[in-house]
Design a protein around this ligand. Sequence first.
Ligand code: GTP
Ligand code: MG
Length: 297
Amino acid sequence: MNEIAYRCGFVAIVGRPNVGKSTLMNHLIGQKISITSKKAQTTRHKITGIYTDPAAQLVFVDTPGFQTNHRNALNDRLNLNVTEAMGGVDVIVFVVEAMRFTDADRTVLRQLPAHTPVMLVVNKIDKDKAKNKEALQAFIDEVSAASAFAGVETVSAKHGLRMANLIAALKPMLPESVPLYPDDMVTDKSSRFLAMEIVREKLFRYLGEELPYALNVEVEQFKEENGMYEIYIAVLVDKENQKPIVIGKGGEKLKKISTEARLDMEKLFERKVFLRVWVKVKSGWADDVRFLNELGL
Ligand SMILES: Nc1nc2c(ncn2[C@@H]2O[C@H](COP(=O)(O)OP(=O)(O)OP(=O)(O)O)[C@@H](O)[C@H]2O)c(=O)[nH]1
Ligand SMILES: [Mg+2]
């Protein structure tokens, strides 16, 4: 009898900002560990999400959207993180948004390492414009002509459509190996890190267009007591006049942000959470290389 060998390997998810990389990873592993938002440039760190079944373990690495516009220390660092994440993986998933292939997408394609197989993933096929089969095929042909892809899959990450097809297509591209992580492990990130990310997601959701980019989040304390988490988080703003915008009238906005963050944390950590969030001024953090190091960016 021929036994099928177990497969395990690393898959980097890359693409320009906002194509749905983090949404895709969350749906592939079935848990929300990477934050998402309507605004571009949401993801700042590499996030690992682990998918395990009886035949294979796929270790996904969600990456920041590759920045092709404004240059500062933060954007340079984000791009370096993407390049680093792509080194040493077995497969790259290159995500594009259906019916929208831009110069920014082509720029990302040019950054991909030459000897790693690339799976083209066309996301957001639920969009009206992508519902015309011929138009979608023409789009796939256009993107396929830009590079030598190892395969193509169409998905809707938001609706969890064709996730199993993508997993099945990726499996044979991985090396034969025993699993590298326990089968119940979904991420290698700490609860402390995930708590910080959840607060950042709410800031993206409840603040206007520009402000979330000028903010960062720091966990000042993370304690476990009687099976409950006690978490103290500071939101760092660049300028004094940004403080009241985050806090809102009568503290309303900050209250909403922390309540929603707490509920998400309780769901993810499966326990009661006490959360306190406040705002601090720290000027010029996005261009302070030493501070970026301290934040682990
Ligand atoms: N219609 C539709 N929207 C989607 C789909 N997948 C993701 N989105 C939306 O696209 C937006 C961006 O999603 P993210 O997952 O944050 O995108 P990202 O590529 O990780 O973005 P960055 O981390 O900023 O580079 C969000 O508003 C998602 O809800 C999809 O399949 N269909
Ligand atoms: Mg993201």
